[in-house]
Each structure stands twice: as structure tokens, then as C-alpha cells.
Write a protein that binds this ligand. Structure first.
Ligand code: ZN
Length: 341
């Protein structure tokens, strides 16, 4: 079963490790792993990382945990990092077996048997874009087709949702005036806007502005795992009403009911989140958003190579072949095509 995956950090890993993705490496996604796992296309994130340290600053408290607030990343640090990480993607897409996806026709080519691996360029946290949005034009011209205004830190556009368990996603203020302008311009250009990492006010601010289907590219169901990063049933209903989708994240701390970062988490945990969204709003509004190379995967699903095991687990849960095709790739294809029209 061909898969379109809604989120990975393979470009960040390739940049940090100074390597290419064309050959098998230490990461979760490279060309051999994608071919073995039937990964047809993915949203490859351009994410300028915050300085190390915040990961180690997790504060545990009764039955839960949180990271201290993560500081804003200044433009002067974000812009060169984002350019260098994106450059890894453009270099990768020079390979004849890879396609920089710019429209629905490109996605269809990637979905065909033996097609190239599709690279959809996604900006995760728009710190590299200045207040007049001029850089957005440059990114779009280069091939950007999806953008999340924030990662889990504040910037000039919005406040990211902090990592916290258990917690409501309602953690602070919404879009700024610059954030509203950014979302509007993305709509005009045909750049998909990603709601994952926005807090709840930011989510509803985008929902009011956005005419295209709403997307939470790599989030899980808050009703099953009350992480600040997950979407509530009310948010899932709004996403479905817009014709959009939730890409279920494979990060164990967002899947597990206890919020623990424990790789001994069965694939059934992913299946349960898919099932929850499908039962709540229909199978047309749930898809996959692995977070490969950016989070802690279940032990059975360390890389894209093992994706068929997840498809089998979904099949065992009772999803039919037509439903599996929509979850695995059809819903992402429909929603991205609508955003890019
Ligand atoms: Zn993310």
C-alpha cells in the first residue's frame, strides 16, 4: 500500500549528520527505506532547531511532565539554518528517483507503482520569514507548498503550544496581525497551512481565516492521550467540516494514555487514534503524520521501511482496502490538491 506521510524531519537529520538521503543511513527515511516501505511521498520539514538543552529540561510532576517555555529563535539564526536544511532537500530532489512535489500531478506520479519519492517542502515554524513576508515569496518560488506558522515556541506570527502532559492545547494567545497576514498570503499562493504546534486559540484563528481544508499534519487525538500537542474532538470536528485531515503522529508520548516516552508501545496505539478519528468524523479525515526522524517511534516501527506493518495492523482492525487507501495516501492527496488549486 502506497503511503503519503504528513511529516518527517529527515532533512534536519541529514543536515545535522552532514549526509545524503539517497543511500541507507542512520535515519528513519532515505531512498532504500522509502522504497521498501512503499513511501510514495512525504512532507519534509524545514525546521530550524532551538539550541539544545530544552529536551533535557523536562520537569516531571504527579502523573505528568512539561518542558519549560522554549525561547524565540531570532531571524538571524533561523534564516541561515532553514536555508541550509532546505538545500539538503533540493540536493536530494536532484536525484532522478526523487521529485520535488509542486502540484497534484506530481503527487500522482509519485503514487504510481515505481514512481519517484515525492518531497513536499514544508516549513515548520516560520521564523525565517520576515514581517513583510517577502521571504515567503522566495520559499514559494523555490517549491514550498506547506507551512506551519509556529513550532512549539513563540514567534512574530503566533504562540506555539508548549510540550506538556496532561494539558489542554489552550495554552495562550492566538495569531498576531502578522500571523493573520501570513495565513492569508499562504491561501492566496496555494500553500497549505498546518495547525500542528499551534495552541488552541491559534487553531481557531486560522480556522476563521482559512478557506482551504484544515490540516493538523502530525497530531493525535486528545481524547485518548491528553497531550497539549494533540487535537480535541471539537477541533477534529472542525477539521472534518472543512474537508481536512488529521495526520496521526507516531511519537509514543503523544499516542500513549500515560504520556510516557516509552518505545515499548504497540502499533495498536496508532491504530486506536486512527480509529477514534474515523469513528468521530469519518475515514476521509484521518491520515498518517509519522514525525520520523523527529520523535520517539514505537519499537516495531523505527523507520519508513516498516510502514507495511502499520498498514497490516490497520487492516486487522477491520479497515477495508478502500478505507486503507484513503488513510494511507488518498486523503493527503485530496487535501493537498485542494490547498494547491
Ligand atoms: Zn513537529
Amino acid at each position: 500500500m502506497r503511503v503519503i506521510d504528513g511529516h518527517n524531519d529527515a532533512l534536519l537529520r541529514a543536515w545535522e549528520q552532514d549526509r545524503t538521503l539517497t543511500e541507507a543511513g542512520a535515519g528513519a527515511i532515505d531512498l532504500p527505506a522509502a522504497a521498501a516501505g512503499e513511501l510514495a511521498a512525504g512532507l519534509f520539514a524545514v525546521f530550524a532547531p532551538s539550541p539544545d538543552g530544552w529536551q533535557d529540561a523536562v520537569v516531571e510532576r504527579d502523573g505528568g511532565w512539561e518542558t519549560p517555555a522554549i525561547a524565540e529563535l531570532p531571524w538571524s539564526e533561523a534564516a541561515p539554518a532553514a536555508a541550509a536544511i532546505a538545500a539538503r532537500g533540493f540536493a536530494f530532489a536532484r536525484d532522478a528517483r526523487v521529485r520535488l512535489v509542486e502540484d497534484a500531478g506530481d503527487l500522482d506520479d509519485c503514487l504510481a507503482p515505481g514512481g519517484p519519492l515525492g518531497l513536499v517542502l514544508h516549513v515548520e515554524g516560520a521564523e525565517a520569514i520576515g514581517p513583510d513576508l517577502a521571504e515567503l515569496e522566495l520559499w514559494y518560488a523555490a517549491g514550498l507548498r506547506s507551512l506551519g506558522p509556529v513550532w512549539s515556541r513563540p514567534n512574530r506570527f503566533a504562540e506555539g503550544v508548549p510540550f506538556k502532559f496532561p494539558s489542554s492545547p489552550d495554552t495562550g494567545g492566538g495569531l498576531t496581525d502578522a500571523g493573520r497576514a501570513l495565513v492569508r498570503r499562504c491561501g492566496e499562493l496555494g500553500v497549505a497551512v498546518d495547525l500542528s504546534h499551534l495552541n488552541e486559540r491559534g487553531f481557531w484563528d486560522v480556522a476563521r481565516l482559512e478557506h482551504a481544508p484544515l490540516i493538523a499534519s502530525h497530531s493525535c487525538a486528545h481524547a485518548l492521550a491528553p497531550s497539549s500537542r494533540n487535537v480535541t474532538d471539537e477541533q477534529i470536528r472542525a477539521i472534518a467540516a472543512s474537508g481536512g485531515l488529521v495526520g496521526i503522529n507516531f511519537h509514543v508520548a503523544m499516542l500513549r494514555r500515560d504520556g510516557r516516552t516509552d518505545a515499548d508501545t504497540p502499533l495498536q496505539a496508532i491504530v486506536e487514534h486512527v480509529r477514534h478519528v474515523a469513528d468521530l468524523v469519518g475515514v476521509d479525515h484521518v491520515a498518517l503524520g509519522s514525525d520520523f526522524d523527529g520523535a520517539t517511534m514505537p519499537r516495531e516501527l523505527p523507520t519508513a521501511r516498516e510502514l507495511p506493518l502499520l498498514v497490516d495492523a490497520l487492516r486487522r482492525d477491520g479497515f477495508g482496502e478502500d478505507e486503507l487507501a484513503r488513510i494511507a495516501h488518498g486523503n493527503w492527496r485530496r487535501v493537498l490538491a485542494a490547498c494547491w488549486r
